[in-house]
Design a binder for this molecule. Structure first.
Ligand SMILES: CC(C)(COP(=O)(O)OP(=O)(O)OC[C@H]1O[C@@H](n2cnc3c(N)ncnc32)[C@H](O)[C@@H]1OP(=O)(O)O)[C@@H](O)C(=O)NCCC(=O)NCCS
Length: 179
């Protein structure tokens, strides 16, 4: 069932059975702020996407409770794709983000030819910045992008972070000790 797991969580391929959870996640205001986008699609509009176009798109399951707690997806850039994450609102700030990002990176670097993965987050997204820094991502200021916040109208910076396959080898293995 899991493509990779540790003692606490497992990652399995995203399917349309996950659409309702993901739709609910997008309705959360902090999710929308995390991606600077106002979400106003209907469920029928939302679920019209092709999962197969993405090479890595997974759901995170808590192994103890069997609850699905979030989703990660790798972007389509051929050189340095970005890894995006959505932990479902009720499961945030319990370590799932850090655990699942680390596990996903381990899988990606072992199964795909990328030497570097990127991640972007807005400067006010404290939990995301902490998560990326803790895992070992380093800032890549040349990739920063200034955007207008669709919530406040102010200019906000999306900060780019990157991690190389070498750096990812140093991710504490208690986060991912079996598969
Ligand atoms: C960003 C996100 C993925 C983090 O996942 P998470 O499971 O909540 O994060 P973790 O529990 O692993 O916590 C990571 C760090 O942030 C801290 N943190 C978590 N929530 C926090 C909050 N609301 N305020 C301040 N710090 C917070 C944690 O204490 C931890 O820091 P520590 O290791 O120093 O203790 C999650 O909040 C989320 O899905 N947000 C909405 C979508 C989004 O913003 N995605 C990222 C876009 S780049």
């Amino acid at each position: 069932m899991f493509i990779i797991e540790n003692d606490l969580i497992g990652l399995s391929p995203y399917t349309h059975a996950d659409d309702a959870d993901m739709f609910a996640c997008w309705q959360n205001i902090d999710t929308q702020k995390g991606y600077n986008g106002i979400f106003n699609q209907t469920f029928n509009e939302f679920k019209e996407f092709n999962i197969e176009q993405f090479t890595f798109w997974v759901t995170v399951t808590d192994k103890k409770t069997s609850k699905k707690v979030g989703v990660l997806r790798l972007g389509l850039d051929e050189i340095c794709p970005d890894l995006a994450i959505w932990i479902y609102p009720r499961y945030r700030n319990r370590g799932y983000g850090t655990q699942s990002f680390a596990l996903a990176l381990k899988y990606i670097f072992e199964h795909f030819p990328y030497s570097e993965i990127s991640a972007g987050c807005f400067e006010d997204n404290i939990s995301s910045i902490k998560m990326l820094t803790k895992i070992g991502f380093v800032r890549y200021p040349d990739g920063d992008v200034a955007e207008k916040s669709c919530f406040t109208g102010e200019t906000i910076r999306q900060l780019e972070f990157r991690i190389t396959s070498e750096l990812a080898r140093d991710i504490p293995l208690l986060l991912a000790d079996n598969q």
